[in-house]
Design a protein around this ligand. Structure first.
Ligand code: ADP
Length: 260
């Protein structure tokens, strides 16, 4: 059974077409990577699933529910650029926000079980010792791990991540992929990325978006799909990494991985 069902989805922002005619079904336990050029509608797709933007046409069901009515089933890690790092909060305070329920006010007191869950997720993502650090004192990788912890705080069944390895160094990137692999044992993951390393060696399935869904299938895609997706040959996209990066994942060394 599909845990995510998308049928004939189109999204327009006023006159701007972000997505058109998207059909996509995701099974429980899938680890889906979404790639595509800037402006290809990747973030819009995540936002539509989350109920943050409304479909112009079409239907989305998540665990049989409409977007915005999924309770704690979805966890979301937004793009780093959309967040203010100078806000005077500690890591623990940010992750606790993940436990906030809509009906509660800003001045509500967290319960012991909220604090216990936060402790657990901070340990799970490997930043428990940073719990009292201010946001402004975090590296890119630590910040991303904190956002993943915040998304995990409600124990979601599905995790949506929007470029979690942008602005992250190589070591933290490796740790984040290891963490996602571990999380995928118990939850469905949808990962928007520009990172070939993720595409070639981590995700189980791949969706390619260019306003519409160009491809959905195994992570070993061919040059034809890439050409249709980006409108240019893969050599140009992968900055000199040859075609076999996507055609034969086994040959890809980590050092060869480049951003698309
Ligand atoms: P991606 O995540 O693949 O870069 P987006 O989903 O952000 O793509 O954007 C898809 C299209 O929708 C782009 O043309 C973008 O300019 C437009 N768009 C995205 N968000 C908005 C918005 N809030 N208002 C108007 N247009 C938007």
């Amino acid at each position: 059974m599909s845990v995510l069902h998308i049928k004939d989805l189109s999204v327009y922002y006023a006159n701007t077409r972000a997505l058109v005619g998207v059909n996509l079904d995701i099974e429980e336990g899938e680890y889906l990577g979404i790639i595509g050029p800037n402006g290809g509608g990747k973030s819009t797709l995540l936002k539509a699933i989350l109920g943050l933007v409304s479909p112009t046409t079409g239907e989305i069901k998540i665990y049989g529910k409409s977007p915005g009515h999924t309770g704690t089933r979805l966890g979301y890690v937004p793009q780093l650029v959309s967040l203010d790092k100078s806000f005077p909060l500690t890591v623990e305070q940010v992750v606790l926000q993940g436990r906030l329920r809509p009906q509660l006010t800003l001045f509500h007191r967290y319960r012991a079980e909220d604090r216990e869950r936060v402790k657990e997720v901070l340990k799970q993502v490997g930043i428990y010792k940073l719990r009292e650090r201010m946001l402004s004192e975090l590296s890119g990788g630590e910040f991303q791990k904190m956002l993943i912890a915040r998304a995990l705080a409600v124990n979601p069944k599905m995790l949506l991540l929007d470029e979690p390895t942008a602005s992250v160094d190589a070591e933290a990137r490796k740790q984040i992929y290891q963490l996602l692999q571990e999380l995928n044992k118990t939850m469905t993951i949808i990962l928007v990325t520009h990172d070939l390393m993720a595409v070639s060696s981590h995700v189980r399935t791949l969706a390619c978006m260019n306003g519409r869904l160009v491809y959905h299938g195994g992570p070993q895609i061919n040059e034809g799909v890439i050409g249709e997706l980006y409108g240019c040959p893969i050599d140009l996209i992968a900055h000199g990494v040859p075609h076999r990066v996507l055609a034969n994942v086994a040959e890809v060394k980590q050092d060869d991985a480049r951003s698309i």
